[in-house]
Design a protein around this ligand. Sequence first.
Ligand SMILES: Cc1ncc(COP(=O)(O)O)c(C=O)c1O
Length: 417
Amino acid sequence: MRDLFDRITENKGPLGKWADQAEGYFVFPKLEGPISNRMHFRGKEVITWSVNDYLGLANHPEVRKVDAEAATAYGAAYPMGARMMSGHTSLHEQLQEELAAFVNKEAAYLLNFGYQGILSTIDTLVSKNDVIVYDVDAHACIIDGVRLHLGKRFTYKHNDIESLEKNLQRATKQAEQSGGGILVISEGVFGMRGEQGKLKEIAALKKKYNFRFLVDDAHGFGTLGATGAGAGEEQGVQDEIDVYFATFAKSMASTGAFIAGDKEIIDYLKYNMRSQMFAKSLQMQLVVGALKRLEMLRTQPELKAKLWENVNALQKGLKDNGFDIGKTQSCVTPVYLKGSIPEAMALVQDLRENFGIFCSIVVYPVIPKGLILLRLIPTSSHTMEDIEITLDAFAQIRSKLEQGVYQMAAKTVGSTN
Ligand SMILES: Cc1ncc(COP(=O)(O)O)c(C=O)c1O
């Protein structure tokens, strides 16, 4: 018989196999110093385009003050236990009420983490007779949530309403046979490439098909919509979203998440969601910190205005310079270039070492072979100078890429550690 760990010794996984060459640089890089538009990477200052601190709250002095005061008042432990047993407080309730009001829903429930929270939400919403229909490009947490489902599931082509409709027809047949219902899942904003989910078109299908709609709006919350309530508000269909989800890990610059919807549904989730029933309650420092952040989202619209000023300047600058930024409809700014993986690595190394720019890089198999995706996350703390430096650097790296400079440099990448 094989030892359980033989498989691990033989194959470290699709990313793990690159660890010797990539760790500390391309994966698990250490960005140091206060979270801001400029941080330090390997001792040097870089313009940071890879942190989802959209509204610049991570290091906002008012936020830091409240975080520190809450840590002093409550420590890291309080409250102990799961919400249902001993981890419930008035401040948890207050935050839920304020979140529900902010996203225009009857009720909300706090989740400790977005990832396990949405996974558990999906698990709780469906029984084995139900059918899930979801976008094929869904975030890993949605895919993992669907993996827990014991019944049928269908994917539709990314943001393709015709494909969704075909799958809704299949799902309807299936649900009629099994005696279940249908859950459709989309993201509000697809975080890799920045397109908004077609929430309006999906919601319109409710007239023809009987389904409930769950939206993961991790990147939309705080950044989209007139009041920052997200992609549903932006597209005028917040009421059609049956279960709205957002994390605190992006605009709120913290940890935690929530779901919101009709009170009856949220109450059901509250009493049945395993990830919250059997896990310690969100700690007070995070609850108090989230109340402060939410107040700032409500009362300081200039933060979102500044964010969009930067997003628009960056995206316009890239487009004017002939860069392909795909179909983004959000702050997430992808830049597509053509090149091999070794070229991509050499290019990113050049960007970081010589131009002082730190952004995320995505290559095959996440995107098609031969493409390089550089992903920029503008925030309200970036400056026009950051944007100008970045546009200039991108023009230079593109011309070096086209001249084959990175093909030659590729041989030396990997010796950076
Ligand atoms: C679309 C999406 N959903 C869910 C999550 C998970 O949220 P959390 O980081 O709070 O676990 C993320 C990443 O943060 C995300 O991008």
